[in-house]
Write a protein of this length. Structure first.
Length: 132
């Protein structure tokens, strides 16, 4: 029930969604597209755009992103939506990370390309319901 102090929440129900691998996405004409054998160090050198909330927690990113995060350079852009991140990525301004199924869809026209992220990077999403 709503009160002057806010909402009296009895509990929050979460329906977990299936996990899915995440992939790094960038513009097809980005310098990374011609690089073979990319490492995470290579990826960490470029600006990233991450939505709020991000598909993964920043703290879960593997090294060498720790150094970029500690220096305040990661993510370079913090945007409201995944769509915004993809538009910035299409413009060649950043790299982003999205679920593989979304990447397959948005990369069909050849403007964007993607590469697999480490297998430990997976979505962890759910639908949250507030029960009163």
């Amino acid at each position: 029930a709503w009160t002057e102090a806010g909402c009296d929440v009895l509990y929050i129900e979460v329906i977990e969604l299936p996990t899915e691998p995440l992939v790094a996405v960038w513009a097809a004409d980005h310098p990374l597209s011609s690089t073979q054998g990319l490492s995470l160090t290579d990826l960490a050198r470029y600006p990233w755009a991450m939505p709020t909330p991000a598909p993964i927690q920043v703290r879960d990113l593997p090294k060498p992103f720790d150094q970029e995060l500690a220096a305040g350079r990661f993510p370079f852009y913090r945007l409201e939506t995944t769509a915004s991140c993809l538009e910035l990525t299409k413009a060649g301004r950043a790299i982003t990370i999205v679920p593989r199924s979304l990447a397959r869809s948005v990369c069909k026209d050849g403007v964007l390309t993607f590469r697999e992220a480490p297998p430990t990077l997976r979505t962890n999403d759910g639908i949250h319901f507030v029960r009163q």
